[in-house]
Design a protein. Structure first.
Ligand code: 13P
Length: 248
């Protein structure tokens, strides 16, 4: 049984003061459900959010990590630093990092290896850009990203993984993939994992959809058979909207 995961990705929004105000309001609205909820916040907000959500079941995630254990990497954050403060999840390979910060399938792969040496669960983002979908290459692109990301990982490790299918053309654009398009790709991702590992592993992987998920479309997306959750950008910044998505 896969427990759906609905995670907010705050990107570079909210100061600590704003994050704590969000947490206080969100806790008032939050009721334990069959869905796991998480907020992936900027590094400087993680400790405050862990404290604010203590005892609630609401998880906290980071949005990036460095792939080395430690070293002379000015400005970077290690998996041990995240683990020490109790971070539950870490997004890896978000399209914004691929686009603006030279994230490649190779660095994504190294980051997954690093995270799997801790208890932190990686949320691996994959997805095609518009030109790739228009050229009918979306499956090929996602397969390449998946194979690159998972290289050298064991079945045990991959069965703990969360994958987020985020078509780049649907992020922050208000343009959502249709529930059928999202479902089709999530099914395809599971098949890629099955081909690389086995049925037992692929049955355990949580596969989310991300891209303009909001209260008005969460129900139809979450009701699709192959979709186990959502990675929510803009709508996760507003407590009532994020709660409505969790209650889809
Ligand atoms: P939006 O929900 O704002 O489109 O962002 C999606 C996203 O990038 C989540 O990681």
């Amino acid at each position: 049984m896969r427990i759906p995961l609905i995670a907010g990705n705050w990107k570079m929004f909210k100061t600590t003061k704003e994050a704590v105000a969000f947490a206080e309001e969100f806790k008032k609205l939050y009721k334990d459900t069959d869905v796991r909820a998480a907020i992936c916040a900027p590094y400087t907000q993680l400790t405050a959010l862990k404290a604010a959500f203590e005892g609630t079941g609401i998880a906290v995630g980071a949005q990036n990590v460095h792939f080395e254990v430690q070293g002379a990497y000015t400005g970077e954050i290690s998996s041990a630093m995240l683990e020490e403060i109790g971070v539950d999840y870490c997004i890896v390979g978000h399209s914004e990092r691929r686009q603006y910060f030279n994230e490649t399938d190779e660095t994504v792969n190294k980051k997954l290896h690093q995270l799997f040496s801790t208890e932190i669960v990686p949320i691996l983002c994959v997805g095609e850009v518009l030109e790739e979908r228009d050229a009918g290459k979306e499956f090929e692109v996602v397969k390449t990203q998946m194979e690159g990301a998972l290289a050298g990982l064991t079945g045990d490790q991959v069965s703990r993984l969360v994958v987020a299918y985020e078509p780049v053309w649907a992020i922050g654009t208000g343009r959502t993939a249709s529930p059928e398009q999202a479902n089709e790709m999530c099914a395809y991702i599971r098949k890629v994992i099955e081909d690389l590992y086995d049925e037992e592993v692929c049955d355990r992987v949580i596969i989310q959809y991300g891209g303009s998920v909001k209260p008005s479309n969460a129900t139809e997306i979450m009701n699709m058979d192959e979709i186990d959750g959502a990675l929510v950008g803009g709508a996760s910044l507003i407590p009532a909207d994020f709660m409505e998505i969790i209650n889809f």
